[in-house]
Design a protein around this ligand. Structure first.
Ligand code: URA
Length: 236
């Protein structure tokens, strides 16, 4: 059972405030009856919900874009630190989890879902899903460093796939990698003699971090964003 307004907001019929308004104005029918109480409890799987003549097909999957702040662990539980799931507590009951990990001090784009199949596909090493990071660093990026990234860099007895290093000047750069090894960007930068002082993921496959999201804020993916992501997941 869940609140009618919450369910409609999950389904992208508007913000919580907007859907409350629709309910109060009598646009919503539950099992053929107009319901004007926004806190009305529905059985989201079995009840028939109609909004402005359209039947609502409740989906039990949720896809969230989070702008992760510093200080949060990319997992569902931690004994010491707050987790990214703590930032999204309104969806916690849907068994959500982060797709991959960002370090505790890394900022930016993190996809959170309860769709295990999509997560598995996006994280599969075979899919080579690109991740783009913006970073600040101490040190000097040379032409040679850029070439080393293109050739792949040895870290922990592993040679990375070819990656891109784009120097922006003023000790700022973009890095694009196709894997997600532990501390990968920091270690690759270390190998060319640079120390990462700030790291933020800005793209994950086709998904781009929404610049309107402040750190700690999140929103549901649009249908277009989700379709594109699912296409990446499907490509072998
Ligand atoms: N590479 C890193 O070093 N850290 C991250 O959090 C992500 C990529």
């Amino acid at each position: 059972m869940m609140r009618l307004d919450k369910m409609l907001a999950h389904m992208n019929y508007g913000s919580r405030k907007e859907v409350k308004e629709l309910i109060r104005k009598g646009y919503v029918l539950v099992n053929g009856k107009i319901i004007i109480d926004d806190d009305y409890k529905i059985d989201e799987i079995n009840d028939e919900i109609i909004i402005a003549n359209e039947t609502v097909n409740y989906k039990d999957k949720v896809y969230i874009m989070l702008n992760k702040p510093d200080g949060y662990i990319s997992s569902c539980f931690d004994k010491i630190y707050p987790t990214v799931i703590d930032l999204i507590s309104e969806y916690n009951y849907m068994n959500i989890f982060p797709v991959g990990r960002l370090d505790k001090d890394t900022h930016g784009l993190l996809l959170i879902t309860n769709d295990g199949e999509l997560a598995h596909n996006l994280l599969s090493p075979k899919k080579h899903v690109e991740k783009k990071y913006y970073l600040k660093y101490e040190g000097i990026i040379t032409f040679e460093s850029i070439k080393k990234f293109e050739e792949g860099i040895e870290i922990d007895d592993y040679k990375t796939l070819p990656a891109k290093l784009i120097n922006l000047g003023c000790n700022e750069a973009y890095v694009i990698i196709k894997e997600g090894k532990f501390h990968q960007v920091k270690k690759m930068m270390e190998k060319i003699g640079c120390n990462v002082t700030y790291l933020k993921r800005i793209e994950f496959g086709s998904l781009k971090l929404d610049e309107n999201l402040k750190e700690g804020e999140y929103r549901l993916l649009t249908l277009e964003e989700l379709d594109k992501l699912k296409n990446i997941g499907d490509i072998d």
